[in-house]
Design a protein around this ligand. Structure first.
Ligand code: ATP
Ligand code: MG
Length: 322
């Protein structure tokens, strides 16, 4: 990659709780080019949102980034103070649509009032100029301009989610993170939102990170795919290759557990067992207690990611068993 928009190295974030140190994100490394999109999938609690918050330098206590770099436009954001992050990085360079984002719209203010805030803070834009810009982006996400004067309770869930997306685009960030952007929306609206994000990526050249536990909606919108298990990247690389020919046993099981259209799937599989407690994750490969191919080495040694057919796979037997 010549000049990636985002270059993440060894990013590690833990939560320091009374019950111990939750190793929620461990040693995540990846790069993202302009206009490229990364899909992040994995079971609930595997660290997807923790990674997203780490990328925008907004991990909440008791969490903290304990190691690693997030280089964006030559700035390592994890070293910045909260004030510097707000000034230099968040919204401007990297923006995030939060999980459950539509609930963050305050009921007492109009949509317009809430949209104008980042414009005022970052660019000093107010009044008619701010209104025009907000309306332009409301248009971009397929909403009527008059939504600007409405209150959140007057909007549907899908409309609210579009408002959030429009707001996160206002400062034209290089990278947009969408954390479960379609949770709690019906399937028709879900498809509309995913198509919208796809179009924005293409038309505005934005790099995107899509996060979901639902792999089936990622295949269409991602160039790259990262499959996370228990705070770690199990498999990372070209989305199509991973989707069609998974190399990590966890990816294989995860794909077998989702209904896929146009494929001859005889029976959906369940992954036996449950994800581990990240205060005390399993030794060696964190997936070994649930892995049908596990051997002694998997209990004892942590697998280093190895290159196999266009992706990195953290499995001792990558390329051999699947
Ligand atoms: N504030 C917190 N304090 C302690 N532990 C936390 C906190 N937030 C998250 N965790 C733990 O960190 C791990 C990763 O959580 P995270 O929210 O990143 O998962 P996720 O992959 O986004 O899950 P989901 O699909 O349910 O959104 C989990 O084990 C979770 O219990
Ligand atoms: Mg989450």
């Amino acid at each position: 990659m010549a000049n990636p928009v985002l270059d993440v190295r060894n990013l590690t974030t833990h939560y320091f709780t009374r019950k111990g140190e939750v190793q929620a994100l461990d040693d995540a490394s990846f790069g993202l080019d302009k206009g490229e999109s990364l899909g992040v999938a994995g079971e609930s609690g595997c660290g997807k949102s923790t990674m997203a918050f780490s990328l925008i330098n907004q991990v909440q206590p008791p969490g903290r980034v304990v190691e690693g770099e997030v280089n964006i436009d030559g700035i390592n954001s994890v070293q910045l103070s909260e004030t510097e992050t707000r000034k230099k990085v968040r919204w401007k360079r990297i923006s995030m649509v939060f999980q459950g984002a539509m609930d963050i719209l305050t009921p007492v203010y109009t949509v317009g009032h809430q949209m104008k805030e980042p414009l005022h803070y970052h660019q000093g834009i107010t009044g008619d100029e701010a209104r025009e810009k907000c309306e332009k982006y409301l248009g971009e996400v397929g909403l009527d301009r008059e939504i600007f004067t409405r209150y959140p309770h007057e909007l549907s869930g899908g409309q609210k989610q579009r408002v959030i997306i429009a707001t996160s685009l206002l400062l034209e960030p290089a990278v947009l993170i969408a954390d479960e952007p379609t949770t709690s929306l019906d399937v028709v609206v879900e498809a509309q939102i995913m198509n919208l994000l796809k179009r924005l990526k293409k038309e505005l050249g934005i790099s995107m990170i899509f996060i979901t536990h639902d792999l089936s909606i990622l295949s269409e919108v991602s160039n790259k795919l990262s499959i996370m298990y228990a705070g770690k990247f199990a498999e990372l690389g070209d989305a199509e290759r991973i989707y069609n020919n998974p190399k990590h046993p966890y990816t294989e099981k995860l794909l077998a557990s989702i209904p896929r259209l146009h494929k001859d799937v005889k029976r959906l599989e369940r992954i036996p067992g449950a994800p581990p407690n990240l205060v005390d994750p399993p030794s060696g490969c964190r997936f070994h207690p649930r892995c049908p191919y596990a051997e002694k080495v998997c209990q004892e040694e942590e697998p280093e990611p190895r290159g196999v057919e266009g992706r990195k796979v953290a499995c001792h037997f990558a390329g051999e068993v699947t």
